[in-house]
Structure formats: C-alpha cells, structure tokens
Write a protein that binds this ligand. Structure first.
Ligand code: FES
Length: 242
C-alpha cells in the first residue's frame, strides 16, 4: 500500500502566482475599524449609488443587511475608479458601516473585482472547453501579442498591456459557448473571433472606436430572420452580457 503523503508535501510546489492577490497592498487607516463618512471624502454620486443598492436588500438596517450589498457596492467602486482602490473601499465601508477589511476580503474572492490597477479597458478571453476547442488559447496569444501583455500573467489573473491601458485576462466559461471562441470587452460579448480580430480590437480600444460591431452579441441578427420581433433583452441595456 502506498505511504500516506501529508498535505504539507504539496505546499511549496511551483504554482503560478495570481497577480490579483493583495500582497504588498498599502492599507489606508485601520482596516478593522469602520471609518467615519466625514473622514473619507466619498463622492456624492458613489454614496447615493451604494445607498440605493443597500435599499434593495432586506434587513437594511442591520449589519447583515449592510453586508448583503457588498458585491454590487464594490462593483460601483470599481466603476467609479477603474478598480477597487483602497480609498474607494474605505468610502464604501463608511457608507455601509462595515470595515474596509471585510470589503477587501470580499473583493479578493472574485476575479472580476480588481484590487490592483486594471487599465481603462478589460478584455476577458474565454479559454474554457468550448472556446479552447475552437482556438481560445490562440486567441489569448493573439490578444497578448497585439497589446504587449504578458502571456504567462494573462493566463493566471491578468496582465496589463505594455501601455497600461488594457487588461488582458484568460477566463473560465463566460456562459456564451455558442459564440466560441469568444471574448468579453468592457462587459460586452463578442464572437466567434479569429486571432486576427485581436489587433483590430486593441486598435479600436486605443482609438476609442466602436469595437467589432459585426461580431457583437448585441448586434447579432436574431434567430428566425429580420421579421421576428426583437427580444428586448437584446436591445435594451439590462445587463452586462450583451
Ligand atoms: S466555454 Fe467559452 S463561453 Fe463557455
């Protein structure tokens, strides 16, 4: 019978480092204390957004109720500043009456909440099974080459382009396997893509142009032809995945 191998033997293997970790991150103030709203200079629009989000949850006057809005509140912080900055986290914590440490711990759990600068644009390249079988890895290679992002980092948490403007990241299934191989660009879905599309997308992002209008999920012809009335989910901005 094989000898029992203690778990410690697996620790210390040369596993890739997730660049989204929080090592070396500078804390502001005392992360275990709830900051005063008057001390954090929270922009009015961000405060209102977070208060509106908190109102959507039951028990909004309890600590648990406040915590329920953590993920959308962190998303609001990320939209405000481009990533979950220490300042933004303190501002959200003051509005929600939770500790910055709690919000940071939540943010650190989700790949889409960034605790480091992530550029003006985010490109998520799906490399899960359906996209991988149709060239997802090659598509990620092409996005890295076109943007100057590091391929190794892009496959393990994300890498900024050489000019710091675009975050390129390999990603698990984005739930649009029928578009394989597909990418999400600034929360909009595009596919199926060819490796040659990568340079076009990067150039369009840098120029502020409309990204691949012909390959956008939102602008895809509807099944059944033009006579079929549009499903309003495809032409109304009801969610990010269009
Ligand atoms: S495998 Fe790529 S969207 Fe599902």
């Amino acid at each position: 019978m094989d000898e029992y191998t203690p778990l410690e033997d697996f620790v210390g293997l040369e596993l890739p480092v997730d660049q989204a970790n929080t090592t070396g991150r500078d804390q502001l103030g005392e992360p275990e204390q709830i900051p005063e709203l008057s001390d954090v200079n929270c922009p009015d629009d961000l405060r209102r957004q977070i208060e509106t989000l908190m109102d959507r949850y039951p028990d909004k006057d309890s600590r648990e109720g406040h915590r329920s809005a953590s993920i959308p509140a962190l998303w609001a912080v990320q939209r405000q500043y481009g990533w979950c900055t220490p300042e933004g986290i303190r501002q959200a914590a003051a509005v929600m009456k939770v500790t910055p440490a709690y919000l940071e711990s939540v943010a650190s759990f989700y790949d889409l909440l960034r605790l480091e600068p992530s550029g003006k644009s985010q490109v998520l390249v799906c490399t899960n099974i359906s996209c991988w079988m149709r060239g997802g890895d090659e598509l990620l290679d092409a996005f890295c080459e076109a943007s100057g992002a590091d391929r190794g980092e892009a496959g393990h948490g994300g890498s900024l382009s050489a000019d710091g403007e675009v975050m390129v990241s390999g990603f698990e299934c984005l739930g649009a396997c029928d578009l394989a191989p597909m990418v999400s660009v600034n929360e909009r879905y595009f596919g199926p893509l060819e490796p040659a599309d990568a340079k076009t997308v990067i150039d369009q992002l840098r120029d502020g142009a409309d990204v691949l209008p012909g390959k956008s999920l939102a602008k895809r012809p509807l099944t059944g032809g033009e006579d079929v009335p549009a499903d309003d989910r495809t032409d109304a901005l009801k969610g990010p995945n269009q």
